[in-house]
Design a protein around this ligand. Structure first.
Ligand SMILES: C[S@@+](CC[C@H](N)C(=O)[O-])C[C@H]1O[C@@H](n2cnc3c(N)ncnc32)[C@H](O)[C@@H]1O
Length: 401
């Protein structure tokens, strides 16, 4: 992930209309590498012998360059290569495989050519021509049973990725998903009477959003989709399905374009994903500020005194400090609580707030003498709660009760 403080962080290949793809790819890159390292390092304990990446709508898309540097194909292959090598250095030798599905004939020909000439040694990669929906059963067979599989689901339309369509994949054990929920299209279609049935199939149930607008409409459509996807995830040991998401705004307008919906059964996944989303939130703000500034300059023909940094509001889209403090106080009102991996993931999933929001508010309450971390031996200004492993015990002080 690029330095969030660098305002010129959009590579040339993404300029002029593809800035949102950059956000998407940053998330894929940041999360996938971390995920494969975590799973790879625990593979013996988990009984996993292979790591699989499945790009269900692979492309290439909007990148005519030979190196296809701004496609999920090239990016994923690099991540798989890096992960395999790093795991190998740590003594974990796993088979790493990748599968790319593409329906368009011309795009598929480029995909095949690229895989043939650019697949790093040590990675088993293959491309399949055809329709993702028709290939679902074959994809599952390709994954086998001893592999951990990550499915990247990034279609051009919404109909192929409805809850029912994805159900066979969702039921697979040892899997995670990143799905592009094309909110812009879904929201526009949701009130059209001739599409009501398809939208209900897509969301997994019928919802009435005719009188809802703005954030209320967005929340209902997104959360219905998330809830019903999650419902099909398997129970794995003591873990149940979980979902998180990243909101990606239109390049220039103040409205959401799409959401990247993430599904896992492991609480650690939720926390890692939300930490990466939080960094990405700052990158996204800078990309948008820079895009808008370029448009203003192109229109007016004159430069601007300040760089795009000056137009970034770092707090925008974050929960307010007092709101999160109030949440903590209520959470701890019934007595001392241990907040470990599972509890922290629940907090994130219940609120959709970022890990940093919870840490900042907790730090502020500890400084104000309202909450004690019973397991912290000294002050920790940046990360007052260490949720890792067993987690830590938090308690309200007498003054806060
Ligand atoms: C948004 S693009 C993928 C972009 C790519 N994931 C990336 O990040 O670089 C979607 C691709 O899916 C292909 N496609 C659309 N419908 C499909 C289907 N039903 N099955 C397989 N591929 C499909 C399109 O031809 C297009 O290349």
């Amino acid at each position: 992930m690029p330095d969030p403080k660098n305002s010129n962080a959009v590579p040339d290949a993404y300029l002029h209309g593809r800035e949102l793809a950059f956000i998407k790819h940053q998330l894929l890159e940041g999360y996938l590498e971390k995920l494969f390292m975590i799973i790879g390092m625990s593979s013996t304990r988990l009984g996993i012998t292979e790591l699989c990446y499945v790009d269900c709508f692979a492309g290439p898309w909007s990148d005519d360059s030979e190196d296809m540097g701004s496609t999920s194909i090239a990016i994923s292959l690099q991540i798989l290569d890096r992960s395999r090598q790093a795991l190998g250095r740590s003594g974990m030798s796993l088979r790493v495989r990748a599968l790319y599905i593409e329906k368009d004939k011309a795009a598929f020909a480029r995909l095949q050519q690229f895989l043939f000439s650019q697949t790093p040694s040590g990675i088993d990669a293959e491309g399949w021509p055809g329709d993702f929906v028709a290939l679902r059963e074959k994809i599952l067979n390709w994954c086998g049973t001893n592999a951990f599989a990550f499915f990247f689901i990034d279609p051009t339309g919404w109909k192929d990725v409805g809850v029912t369509m994805l159900q066979p994949l969702l039921q697979r054990q040892r899997s995670e998903f990143l799905i592009n929920f094309m909110y812009d299209f879904v929201s526009r279609t949701a009130s059209m009477s001739e599409w009501k049935e398809e939208i209900a199939l897509f969301l997994g149930e019928t919802v009435d959003v005719d009188d809802l607008h703005g954030p209320e409409r967005e929340k209902l459509l997104l959360n219905t989709y998330r809830k019903n996807l999650k419902h099909h995830l398997p129970v794995e040991g003591k873990w149940q399905g979980r979902s998180a998401h990243v909101r990606v705004l239109d390049r220039q307008k103040e409205r959401p374009k799409y959401h990247l919906v993430y599904l896992t059964t492991h609480p650690r996944g939720t926390i890692e994903f939300m930490e990466i989303s939080e960094n990405l939130d700052q990158v996204q703000k800078r990309v948008r500020a820079s895009t808008k500034q370029h448009a203003r300059i192109a229109k007016s023909g004159t430069g601007e005194l300040f760089g795009p940094e000056a137009f970034v509001n770092a707090e925008e889209g974050h929960a307010g400090l007092s709101e999160v403090e109030a949440y903590w106080l209520k959470y701890l009102a019934s007595g001392e609580r241990r907040v470990g991996e599972e509890a922290f993931a629940n907090l994130l999933e219940d609120t959709d707030w970022f890990p940093g929001d919870f840490q900042r508010a907790l730090g502020s309450l500890i400084n104000a003498g309202k909450v004690r971390n019973l397991d912290a031996t000294r002050k920790r200004p940046k990360k007052p709660l260490h949720w890792e492993k067993e987690g830590e015990r938090l308690q309200l002080t007498e003054g806060a009760k």
